[in-house]
Design a binder for this molecule. Structure first.
Ligand SMILES: Cc1cc2nc3c(=O)[nH]c(=O)nc-3n(C[C@H](O)[C@H](O)[C@H](O)COP(=O)(O)O)c2cc1C
Ligand code: SF4
Length: 446
């Protein structure tokens, strides 16, 4: 009864039944036009049934040009509202809340899709994205205004769909990070230079959302507390913890209800998701990305030939030295929580009940957001309730789920966790269940 993990969490406009949120997980569940499918509903229900208090959705683009990959649900059209409403209803039926993550890729993508292929995407800067080499062009004031409106419309649609709130994806290298980051933003206008200028775009979006949905709809912001943007060694380091503490305070003042603390100014980043990077698996799945950016083929060669892999290994693993996988950004969350009054959610490797309890009790955060350990054990929360400190067959942080994401179905790919390869594949296929209500279109519909 007194376990802090199972205490309600009260935000200003939203109450969640416990302190475990399913963190955002993107997967190619949906249609090319951005309409969501039964598969996504089945996927989210797995975690709602498993006992999490709330689900924070995958990356949901507010514009088609803001996609990171085709086949992820979007929120750029009013006629998608009933689809999101269905998903919300399904998650609510398991007594969990659903928060939609509103997003825009800017220059950071995986597979750009037909809307962005062979043309530069919008960003704060015209310098290409350093990992895959996506081309981009700095947004004009008109581009910024249009994008601000798109976020506000997205939030409005989420509210109309009866969802429980929205999260702005201002972490991990996507469009908001491209504005916030001192390592990326090279503008000389009102949106570049000082931290206040770099935060302007995010704060304008927050204000526009408040205008569109009022004060009583839950709004949270996911931030990278420390950017460590120099994964490619010659890039600038980006924002420090002190910068992010200041941005967090501005978000609170602007009417944000909670902060979701992550780390790293790219996705993926050596520290996010924390763990391994299986380069042999990457060599097999990166082929789809070869034509994505101007560095795609170079990267493929680095992964494909074992003699070249040490180069990439050095680049990737040098930042991880001495850092744990579990609770990797706990001290960053603690520093932010110490300066704001709104609740703070922390993400990064959580899997052990005693670690989460200690973080809650010591005031580091108010809740955790978990992705991979829930992919591995969707009933993790129930296992904790039954007294386990750690699941019997834990997530190994191998990141095979991550590197399979562009090419294969979402799920756990650590074969050693399953009795057989067939059992692993059965788990991957379990969300694709045919439903009898497919209809034959009328001639007019065709
Ligand atoms: C396959 C995969 C997809 C992810 N997709 C998203 C996403 O769409 N939006 C986001 O903010 N974070 C995304 N993340 C990051 C997670 O939400 C989470 O913050 C990170 O993995 C650290 O938590 P974990 O150690 O519990 O996995 C993703 C992570 C993985 C492994
Ligand atoms: S593949 Fe499975 S074990 Fe590996 S990180 Fe992903 S969820 Fe965890």
């Amino acid at each position: 009864m007194n376990d802090p993990i199972f205490q309600e969490l009260r935000f200003r406009n939203l109450t969640v039944k416990n302190r475990v949120f399913r963190s955002n997980i993107s997967g190619r569940f949906d249609n090319e036009d951005g309409s969501l499918t039964q598969t996504r509903i089945n996927w989210e229900c797995k975690f709602a049934k498993g006992g999490v208090g709330a689900i924070i959705s995958s990356y949901v683009p507010v514009l088609m040009e803001g996609r990171i990959i085709a086949g992820y649900a979007t929120v750029h059209r009013d006629d998608f509202i009933p689809l999101w409403a269905k998903l919300g209803e399904a998650v609510h039926s398991f007594d969990a809340k659903f928060i939609m993550q509103l997003s825009h890729s800017g220059r950071q993508m995986d597979l750009p899709g037909i809307h962005n292929q062979h043309r530069p995407t919008l960003s704060s800067t015209s310098r290409k994205e350093p990992l895959h080499g996506f081309l981009c062009q700095a947004m004009t004031k008109a581009d910024i205004e249009r994008t601000v409106r798109a976020f506000a419309h997205g939030a409005w649609r989420a509210r109309e769909a009866g969802l429980d709130g929205v999260e702005l994806h201002a972490a991990n290298g996507y469009l908001f990070t491209q504005f916030l980051s001192s390592g990326i933003n090279d503008r000389t206008d009102d949106y570049g230079g000082s931290l206040a200028n770099r935060a302007r775009f995010l704060l304008e979006v927050i204000a526009a959302i408040r205008d569109a949905v009022g004060r009583d709809f839950h709004l949270q912001v996911k931030l990278s507390a420390i950017e460590r943007n120099n994964v490619i060694p010659w890039e600038g380091k980006g924002n420090t913890l002190a910068d992010s503490v200041q941005v967090a305070k501005w978000c609170e003042q602007a009417g944000v209800d909670a902060l979701h603390v992550s780390t790293g100014s790219l996705f993926p980043h050596p520290l996010n998701p924390p763990g391994d990077l299986p380069i042999d698996v990457l060599a097999a799945t990166y082929d789809v990305l070869i034509s994505s950016g101007v560095y795609g083929f170079r990267n493929f060669l680095l992964f494909r030939y074992p003699l070249l892999r040490p180069i990439f290994r050095w680049i990737w693993f040098r930042m991880k030295k001495g850092l744990p996988f579990e609770a990797i950004s706990i001290e960053e969350a603690r520093a932010i929580k110490a300066t704001v009054r709104i609740p703070v959610i922390n993400t990064g490797g959580y899997q052990t009940a005693s670690v989460v309890r200690e973080g809650l009790e010591s005031g580091a955060f108010d809740a955790v957001a978990i992705a991979r350990s829930l992919v591995a054990n969707p009933d993790l929360v129930e296992q904790w309730r039954d007294g386990s400190d750690r699941p019997a067959v834990p997530c190994t942080y191998c990141n095979k789920c991550l590197v399979n994401a562009p090419e294969n179905p979402m799920g756990c790919y650590e074969q050693a966790r399953f009795p057989s390869r067939d059992a692993m594949i059965e788990q991957l296929m379990s969300i694709y269940r045919a439903k009898p209500h497919l209809t034959i279109p009328s001639p007019a519909e065709v």
